[in-house]
Design a protein around this ligand. Structure first.
Ligand code: GDP
Ligand code: MG
Length: 457
């Protein structure tokens, strides 16, 4: 999967002091393969990798982050950018009703989404009306009525067998068998909303299993007739490579103002999201995440980017590391770690202070990739141990802090008395400190999250 591959890529980057050109080339190659594996379309892959390459070879050198973290950060920022940057939601009409039209292939999740959106808008205090303009199959109207009932939202539908004076096939072109006039029904639905004071109209339209000229024309006719404030293109996130072709066909045929990514509860890693957003330039506004009315989410580009990266909340961690480590401080630490003997208990205290500034240790650990499974152990960990360690270090003399190896039995006993702990705890601390020095030395060469080793637990 995309995330597996990227994780592998980033692992390879660990252990490097500086990002060389061949590192960047290799990373970009891996990312390209990963995106192609995830069914992201080729032009989008190219656009994405060249942006990452440019930035990674560029002059941005971070003091707070190691090379792997830097690349993750760049990849993430570029993902967010392609996915539309900021979250965007429905733009309401100045004069109600706000008209929202849904378009997309059959089975993409339009009707289901109509109910979800209706329920959500109702919750927000709106008075939505669902309009059944999918007249390809009588079942489609019934389905919307059921969906509306479940969502507690009114539905406007033509009476079956009575198409309101319109001919059965009017305006829908040859080969499209319809039992009513979708354009007429859409118009009538908006009239209904006006007279019954519904402030939002959601028009559900017909789709075909594959892109189809007649159906596209029908959707386009509906759009021209009702001039919707938003046209939402609903697309199944599992569609894979076909996402680009489908999205482009709908952009050319009907055009849309936003995208709804449906069936995100499945295995889809977000390849479709990248492809659609990347090729159409339209914002993804909602995610549909199940068959129930409540399974709707406002789409957040940054959250989707982390889902695609699937690196736990490592990105949050990077942000926090950047904030906590002022420029230069990390470099100074790094220099010290290189000389094992130089690393003292004073540095250790400073590290702990940095960790504290980064927030709760537990929550930080949980953000580390792969740490999620360890939650139970983490929950058992008592952060108050930190205070005990601080007390022990503070009971050391200057000499002891800078010469940990000289801390003999009697000194240990004194430190234990001074900090109110057992001698065994002091022994444990010294042992861990020795290990920490070694790890730090490795990290100084390889990178990794500063401040992690040597902590208790
Ligand atoms: P339409 O033809 O575009 O109107 O699509 P429907 O709304 O009828 O949905 C087609 C099928 O996909 C139905 O079986 C829905 O229950 C299912 N479906 C729709 N949205 C989702 C979703 O977000 N997650 C899952 N798992 N299934 C969905
Ligand atoms: Mg439908």
């Amino acid at each position: 999967s995309l995330s597996d591959r990227l994780t592998g890529t980033f692992k390879n980057l660990r252990g490097k002091g500086r990002l060389s050109e061949s590192d960047v080339n290799k990373t970009v190659r891996d990312i390209r393969m990963a995106l192609i594996d995830a069914d992201v379309s080729l032009p989008v892959v190219k656009q994405f990798t060249s942006a990452v390459r440019e930035r990674a070879t560029g002059a941005e050198v971070s003091q707070a982050l190691n090379p792997a973290q830097q690349v993750i950060k760049i990849v993430n920022e570029e993902l967010v950018e392609i996915l539309g940057g900021n979250t965007r939601t429905i733009t309401y009409a100045k004069r109600p009703p706000t008209v929202i039209m849904l378009a997309g292939l059959q089975g993409s999740g339009k009707t289901t989404f109509a109910g979800k959106l209706g329920a959500r808008l109702k919750e927000e205090g709106h008075t939505p009306l669902l309009v059944a303009a999918d007249l390809q199959r009588p079942n489609a109207v019934t389905q919307l009525e059921v969906v509306g009932q479940r969502a507690g939202v009114s539905v406007f539908a033509p009476e079956r067998g009575n198409t309101g004076g319109h001919d059965a096939v009017s305006g829908t072109g040859e080969g499209t068998r319809s039992f009513g006039d979708p354009v007429g029904v859409s118009r009538a639905g908006i009239q209904e909303a006006l007279s019954r004071q519904h402030d939002v109209v959601i028009v559900d339209t017909a789709g075909r299993l594959a892109v189809d000229a007649d159906l596209m024309q029908q959707a386009s006719d509906i759009r021209a007739a009702i001039e919707p404030d938003e046209v939402l293109f609903v697309i199944d996130a599992m569609i894979g490579q076909a996402a680009v072709e489908t999205a482009q066909a709908f952009q050319e045929g009907v055009d849309f103002t936003g995208v709804v990514l449906s069936k995100l509860d499945g295995d889809a890693r977000g390849g479709a999201a990248l492809s659609v957003a990347g090729t159409t330039g339209r914002p993804i506004m909602f995610a549909s995440t199940g068959e129930q009315v409540k399974d709707i989410e406002v789409f957040h580009p940054d959250r989707m980017a982390s889902r695609i990266l699937d690196m736990g909340d490592v990105l949050t961690l990077i942000e926090q590391a950047e904030r906590a480590f002022e420029r230069g401080q990390a470099e100074e630490m790094q220099r010290k770690f290189l000389a094992e003997e130089d690393f003292t208990f004073d540095d250790f205290l400073q590290q702990m202070a940095a960790i504290k500034r980064m927030g709760s240790l537990k929550s930080m650990l949980k953000m580390m990739p792969g740490m999620g499974q360890m939650s139970a152990e983490l929950d058992a960990f008592d952060e108050r141990q930190f205070d005990r360690i601080e007390a022990m270090v503070q009971s050391m003399t200057r000499f002891e802090r800078t010469h940990p190896k000289q801390i003999n039995g009697s000194r240990r006993a004194r430190i234990a008395r001074g900090s109110g702990v057992e001698v065994s705890e002091v022994n444990q601390l010294l042992e861990r400190f020795g290990q920490a020095q070694k790890v730090m030395k490795q990290m100084a060469r390889g990178g990794g999250v500063p401040g992690m080793p040597g902590m208790p637990g």
